[in-house]
Write a protein that binds this ligand. Structure first.
Ligand code: G3H
Ligand code: 13P
Ligand code: ZN
Length: 331
């Protein structure tokens, strides 16, 4: 049994309280390799932002769970070495079983998500409650989910989203004891969040997605005043990155994300955590494709992963400063 407290990590309690009071959202960035982690830590230290490092079940399979945990531990020391001690949470993204959550808690995670949103309501409650009871014995915070996002959620593909029902949130939070709640108000996972048919087109022919359901968010806020809300599927899918990918041999069609202004608005509300993974994947892929197209003789991974890391870092700094508003939150 390894406690996150011994690793220099923190749970999300204090972080979310400050984010709520300061009207910003904590960035939750996924990582599964060294360059991503370096970019996240560099960006968050330079912008003095707290950060949630997210690890999915898929990331644990890809990179090895022990290695990832040591990397997160290393990230705490790395941030200090860079000159600023930011709060860092190590969080399980989309945990789907009690056993997986327990394994993460026992190996040093400071926060877990139990995603029971694909189960019937009562089963979601029972599963979430079971995780909360174990997690709280160890000071670990728990994120539950109500409502289903469209897109891919850890191997589960939902064709249609089901918005969170505001009338269920009080009962869910009271009966499970969860510390934060992920809701569905129109965000979606991946780089193709909406079909062209769901979008309109602006004057330049660019796809404009349907707006987030701020009315549902407001109703939820009224029912749960001061309770931390989480948004998944919140990549903006920057057009410039998609264009670089496509100009350098890629084939991403109709990629569309959540406009930054809407995330900015959400971050000022009870939304305390905003999940971003796909934008990092796009930035990294764009940089790698560009280097390899321009320098076909290059075969030193540092020569393409280095620029990918730099691009990721700029992306995360931009998010912290201009979208989530978390810059300065650790000052
Ligand atoms: O919401 C899912 C995250 O983007 C993680 O994706 O399961 O492919 O690692 P993954
Ligand atoms: P994106 O696919 O929009 O980046 O969402 C990531 C996410 O929700 C991770 O849990
Ligand atoms: Zn997610």
């Amino acid at each position: 049994m390894v406690s996150y407290k011994d690793l220099g990590l923190v749970n999300t309690k204090e972080m979310f309280k400050k984010a709520m009071d300061g009207k910003y959202a904590i960035p939750a960035y996924n990582f599964n390799n060294m360059e991503q982690l370096q970019a996240i830590i560099q960006a968050c230290v330079e912008t003095k932002s707290p950060v949630i490092l997210q690890v999915s079940a898929g990331a644990r399979k890809y990179a090895n769970s022990t290695l990832l945990r040591y990397m997160a531990q290393g990230a705490v020391a790395y941030a200090k070495e860079l000159g600023f001690d930011i709060p860092i949470t190590l969080h399980l993204d989309h945990g789907d079983t009690f056993e997986l959550c327990k394994d993460c808690i026992d190996s040093g995670f400071s926060s877990v998500m139990i995603d029971g949103s694909h189960h019937p309501y009562e089963e979601n409650i029972a599963l979430t409650k079971k995780v909360v009871e174990y997690a709280h014995q160890h000071g670990v915070t728990v994120e539950g989910e109500l409502g289903v996002l469209a897109g891919v959620e850890d191997d589960v593909v939902a064709e249609k989203s089901h918005y969170t029902k505001p009338e269920e949130v009080i009962d869910f939070v009271n009966r499970t004891g969860c510390d934060s709640l992920a809701i569905s108000i129109g965000t979606s996972h991946g780089a193709n969040k909406f079909t062209p048919e769901q979008c309109t087109k602006n004057a330049d022919g660019v796809l404009v997605p349907p707006p987030l359901r701020f009315d549902i968010l407001e109703e939820i806020e009224k029912k749960l005043p001061g309770f931390p809300i989480v948004l998944h599927g919140s990549s903006s899918v920057p057009k410039d990155q998609v264009d670089i990918i496509n100009q350098n041999g890629g084939a991403l069609k109709d990629a569309v994300g959540i406009p930054e202004e809407q995330l900015r608005r959400a971050a000022k509300s009870a939304v305390c955590k905003i999940n971003i993974d796909s934008d990092g994947r796009l930035a990294m892929t764009a940089a790698v494709r560009k280097v390899l197209k321009e320098k076909p003789g290059e075969f030193d991974p540092r020569k393409y992963l280095g620029p990918a890391r730099d691009s990721l870092k700029e992306l995360y700094k931009h998010k912290n400063v201009n979208v989530l508003g978390s810059a300065g939150g650790a000052a």
